[in-house]
Design a protein around this ligand. Structure first.
Ligand SMILES: *Cc1c(COP(=O)(O)O)cnc(C)c1O
Length: 360
């Protein structure tokens, strides 16, 4: 826990400042704890370099503003975390960066058509928040790599345990480590991972603007990564059982889970993910009011906008996170009036299903 590092001699300080020597200078750049956290994620995601950030949004912002300039264009999938969409649609145009949205169901030729001479970056998340859309990473990279368009993927829902975007040719992977990487609802954090050349630009922006992760948070996350595999394994096992339970329930109209054959991109999910993930979404047969009534009955589950905790978390997007959108806009994003998003926790499965029995 410190902010600046002590130099041994003036010569030593100069070598550090001129990057002739590797070492720690100042906490806004790097610290032994943040380096350990980044190095672990570089290993897990198979990238040579990376940077720790205070939040997932800071990681995404560092990618956009570190790599793009006025006149550039990005193509993104509209099945996207709401705040990421807001950054692209409401803020990037202020700096002259335009964008085109493509639906999650788009074919390769639709992605291809969205790319212009100005396109520098394709941005997407898979599985997406909250509707669990799956995008074929191999298809995207086959289009983007030859055209010299960079691909950046938000891998927060899958974590490196379930999916490695780099394997398919993705240039930049980011995480909101706030979610499953911490996995216990204790800290906000993010990470950007890429090759050294891309990281030079991204780091230059981040080190100048200062979204630096605290050493304490980095230490928490380093410890979290030691249990990532067993936590993800259990999240997925429980989620699979929740999915089966919900599919058989009379109050449930439909269930969405990447590893269920009814998912529109089931084959792609099987190809690029090790397991189906810790999130399940479902629609109640009755509408909006039923969604609210169910939330009001909660006892074991926590009603929160967060996800990826050891406890089961639940939200009703139509009345909370997506309540500012019109019903038409929500439907376009696949968010129905009575859609419920469950981040399945690590509790005993009997306790989880007993709570569902009660609230449904
Ligand atoms: C939460 C989330 C983010 C933003 O992360 P913060 O740590 O809250 O800034 C980005 N992408 C996805 C998919 C998320 O779920």
């Amino acid at each position: 826990m410190n902010s600046g590092h002590r130099f041994k001699t003036v010569h030593d300080a100069q070598s550090l400042f001129y990057h002739e020597k590797k070492g720690f200078v100042y906490g806004r750049w790097e610290n032994p704890n943040t380096l350990e956290y980044v190095r672990k994620l570089c290993t897990l995601e198979d990238y040579p370099d990376g940077i720790a950030t205070t939040t997932g949004m800071a990681a995404i912002t560092a990618v956009f503003l570190g790599l793009l300039k006025s006149g550039d264009h990005i193509v993104y999938c509209d099945a996207l975390f709401g705040t990421s969409r807001k950054l692209i649609k409401d803020f990037l145009p202020r700096w002259g960066i335009q964008s085109t949205a493509v639906p999650a169901s788009a074919s390769g030729s639709m992605w291809q058509k969205a790319i212009t001479d100005q396109t520098k970056l394709i941005y997407l998340e898979t599985p997406s928040n909250p509707d669990l859309s799956i995008i074929d990473l191999s298809m995207i990279c086959t289009i983007a790599n030859p055209a010299h368009v960079l691909v950046c993927v938000d891998n927060s829902f899958a974590t490196p345990y379930l999916q490695n975007p780099q394997k398919w040719g993705v240039d930049i992977t980011i995480h909101s480590a706030t979610k499953f990487i911490d996995g216990q609802g204790r800290t906000l954090a993010g990470v950007v991972l890429a090759n050294e050349e891309l990281m030079r630009s991204i780091k230059a922006f981040a080190e100048t603007t200062g979204p630096s992760l605290s050493p304490f948070s980095a230490w928490l996350l380093s410890k979290s990564l030691e249990t990532l595999s067993i936590r993800m394994q259990k999240h997925c096992e429980n989620a699979q059982k929740v999915m089966q339970y919900l599919l058989a329930h009379s109050q449930v109209a439909s269930v969405r889970y990447p590893f269920h054959p009814s998912h529109p991109s089931y084959e792609v999910a099987r190809k690029q993910m090790r397991l189906g993930g810790g999130l399940v979404t479902f629609d109640l047969k009755q509408g909006y009011e039923a969604g609210i009534k169910m939330i009001e009955k909660l006892s074991l589950f926590t009603f929160t906008a967060n996800l990826g905790d050891s406890k089961t978390l639940i939200t009703h997007p139509a009345s909370t996170t997506h309540s500012k959108l019109s019903q038409e806009e929500r439907f376009k994003l696949g968010i129905g009036d009575a859609m419920i998003r469950v981040s399945v926790g690590l509790e005993h499965i009997d306790d989880i299903l007993t709570e569902f029995d009660r609230i449904l």
